[in-house]
Write a protein that binds this ligand. Structure first.
Ligand code: OKP
Ligand code: ZN
Length: 334
């Protein structure tokens, strides 16, 4: 499987995140990339597809905000990474506010996703990595791996959150449709619910979103990912959430995957976009499933057995010492 990665993705290097009431070193750090690169072998750099495919998913005002935010932060006399502290939870609407703190609140939903100096560059090239890997699949190869970092599945059309800024999987799915694909399935097997991806396609019948994740009653992102979220309008029925309890190991995960695959088979997609997180690993420091390294090839094989053209997009995974080995195990199985 060809693998895409762009070194400019390393320019995103946030220092700290607010975690359980304290600022701690950010879990989504460039060391994740070193672990994965050491394990997966040769990669190819991204081609620049420009901003147009990003703007098919994200609002122009949000992209403008992301590009400017860190400079605005510095212009306000601040040091370190930009992060919000006030959020408009009631009647959120597109206000054109000037003050950086107001803009940070307007365009984010959590305090764990700071904007560092290189965040726009890193997120931009992460999205270009997804688009470049998509080109390989659209050209006829069975699969390709987009080693996206920062991840994307929590980012919505006009908000960041959950370590995510641009929704790489959604940008690739929309680009595939714009390139002539009829029906796309997105299967998200990161530990956390992909609330941004769900939100972007919630009213769409041409994109099926299926997610297996920790029950949001106990785990981030809490407010989305519940089993009764089924889509709306024309998208009613094109969203399937399969929440699982903390402690889930291979047998229950595999059963959930079988349910997910049945639903995708019914939908009969032209292309599968797989949001793959390795934070389902037993040793993950912020997650609570119990998959082991040897489980990943088997799970990958059961997804690959359906034979849909597949773009694998990297999402989370924070057990840095085992991360690369787990990702390589999954890709090898696929
Ligand atoms: C991103 B991905 C505060 C707790 C918030 C956010 C988890 C984001 C996971 N530090 N945790 O889905 O792997
Ligand atoms: Zn995750």
């Amino acid at each position: 499987m060809r693998k895409i990665w762009d070194a400019r993705q390393l320019e995103h290097a946030p220092a700290l995140e607010l975690h359980n009431g304290a600022f701690v070193p950010h879990a989504e750090h460039p060391g994740r990339a070193e672990s994965i690169l050491a394990a997966i072998g040769e990669t190819e750099p991204a081609h620049d597809h420009g901003e147009a495919p990003i703007l098919r998913v994200h609002r122009q005002d949000y992209v403008d905000f992301l590009k400017r935010a860190h400079a605005d932060w510095k212009a306000a006399g601040r040091t370190g990474d930009a992060a919000g502290y006030t959020w408009p939870v009631v009647r959120r609407r597109p206000l054109d506010l000037e003050r950086i703190d107001a803009r940070l609140g307007q365009y984010s939903y959590d305090a764990g996703t700071p904007i560092a100096e290189g965040t726009w560059t890193g997120a931009y090239w992460s999205a270009q990595t997804a688009l470049t890997a998509l080109d390989i699949v659209l050209a006829g190869e069975r699969s390709a791996f987009a080693f996206c970092r920062p991840p994307g599945h929590h980012a919505g059309a006009d908000y960041l959150g959950g370590y995510c800024y641009l929704n790489n999987a959604a940008i690739a799915a929309q680009a595939a449709i714009d390139g002539g694909a009829g029906r796309i399935a997105i299967l998200d097997i990161d530990y956390h619910h992909g609330n941004g991806t769900q939100d972007i396609f919630y009213d769409r019948e041409d994109v099926l979103f299926v997610s297996i994740h920790a029950d949001p009653k106990t785990d981030y992102p809490f407010y989305w990912g519940h089993a009764d979220e089924a889509g709306e309008g024309p998208g009613e029925g094109a969203n399937l959430n399969i929440p699982l309890a903390r402690g889930t190991a291979r047998p229950k995960f595999q059963a959930a995957l079988d349910t997910a695959m049945d639903r995708i088979r019914q939908f009969s997609p032209d292309l599968l976009v797989l949001s793959f997180g390795a934070d389902t690993f037993s040793g993950d420091p912020i997650s609570h499933f119990r998959l082991e390294t040897e489980d990943y090839p088997a799970l990958a094989r059961s997804i690959a057995s359906a034979a849909w053209p597949t773009l694998v997009v990297m999402e989370g995974g924070y057990a840095v010492d085992d991360l690369g080995v787990n990702v390589a195990a999954f890709l090898g199985g696929f």
